[in-house]
Design a protein around this ligand. Structure first.
Ligand SMILES: Nc1ncnc2c1ncn2[C@@H]1O[C@H](COP(=O)(O)OP(=O)(O)OP(=O)(O)O)[C@@H](O)[C@H]1O
Ligand SMILES: [Mg+2]
Length: 325
């Protein structure tokens, strides 16, 4: 039987799990987290979250052979870099220096890793000249915390990767020559990831997400913000299309457009051709509509980058990409 890998992404609102085989995504679970389990992108109690993961896998009848997890962006640095051709041993020595402007603790407190995206050849001699790399650094203590959490949940954790690598795995399915923007419409933030084929180019974060809508809906409908959250998800009384909510969608679309213009300015040779959406906010039809009208870049269905038709796949794209590692 084909090996089943479960990819996990722990958001601030929900845990996303995608069970994947070579043939595609078999099952997806987007399970809201207990209140206060993750604050400002950090897991508050690894033990409590381990118990929650264990219960969720049991309750949702998830069966898989091994797991992989996305490391949160606040705890894991990822960057594209070019360097002269060198051996693995030489890269191991050099990578810590490439991260010196990003990391805050001593350099030997981090794990470093890289993936070779391309080998650039000399135009005259055709000899390999430069390596085009995607590299990452993460505190060893963070990796240990995650390992222990999964062990406590009874799950065999095989890999832990940054979100940029997970999306690279998805982008491997796309045309090498086209440029895409993956937009994650999350609870606390909206994040843009620009890819040239499978090569990660750039990211941008808009520091508010779907939770902003709760106070607005609460104000307009004279209800508690907590109740507003459930109104919003169920689109109760059409609240997702309130003019005050549409104004938020428009502001978001404008911010995204500014980031796209900036990307175009810095990369005049690359034309952004497609948008892919992920995150729970992708379920809000009115938001999709406003983005599509403002950006004038086609929003593609996620089936273009992933096989399998599991329900809720858009919210779990990061988890699915991570399972493909
Ligand atoms: N069907 C839906 N209609 C409207 N909103 C939805 C729907 N499903 C989920 N959401 C909302 O989308 C938001 C983002 O959900 P998501 O599961 O992507 O959050 P997250 O990954 O935990 O957040 P973050 O990435 O910011 O840490 C949440 O506020 C959630 O309430
Ligand atoms: Mg998320």
């Amino acid at each position: 039987m084909a090996k089943k890998v479960a990819g996990f992404e722990i958001g601030s609102y929900a845990v996303h799990i995608a069970v994947v085989t070579k043939k595609g995504v078999k099952k997806v679970v987007n399970e809201p987290l207990p209140e206060g389990a993750v604050r400002e992108g950090r897991i508050v109690s690894y033990e409590a979250l381990a118990d929650f993961l264990k219960q969720t896998c049991k309750k949702r009848k998830l069966h898989f052979d091994e797991a992989s997890v996305i490391l949160p962006s606040g705890l894991c640095f990822c960057r594209r870099m070019q360097c002269p051709v060198m051996t693995h041993e030489q890269l191991t020595v050099n990578l810590p220096y490439e991260f010196r402007d990003f990391i805050t603790a001593e350099k030997d407190q981090y794990f470093y890793d890289y993936a070779v995206l391309d080998v650039i050849k000399d135009e005259e001699t055709n000899e390999p000249r430069e390596l085009d790399l995607m590299s990452a650094a993460c505190l060893k203590s963070t990796v240990t915390d995650y390992k222990n959490m999964f062990r406590r949940a009874g799950i065999k954790l095989k890999t832990a990767i940054p979100i940029e690598m997970a999306f690279t795995n998805l982008m491997s399915k796309t045309d090498e020559l086209s440029t895409h923007c993956l937009i994650d419409l999350g609870h606390t933030a909206v994040r843009l990831y620009m890819y040239n084929g499978r090569k990660f180019e750039n990211s941008h974060v808009v520091e508010y997400g779907m939770s902003t809508l709760d106070n607005i809906i609460a104000d307009v409908m004279h209800i508690d913000p907590f109740v507003a959250a459930s109104y919003r998800e169920a689109d109760h009384d059409g609240c997702q299309s309130l003019p005050e909510c549409v104004e938020v969608y428009q502001n978001l679309a404008n911010e995204i457009q500014r980031a796209v213009y900036f990307f175009r300015y810095n990369n005049p040779d690359l034309e952004l051709e497609h948008i892919h959406l992920s995150g729970g906010g992708a379920n809000i039809a009115k938001l999709r509509e406003v983005m599509s009208e403002t950006l004038s870049i086609p929003i593609l269905d996620c089936s273009e980058i992933i096989s399998g038709d599991a329900d809720g796949i858009e919210a779990a794209l990061g988890a699915a990409g991570c399972a493909m590692q």
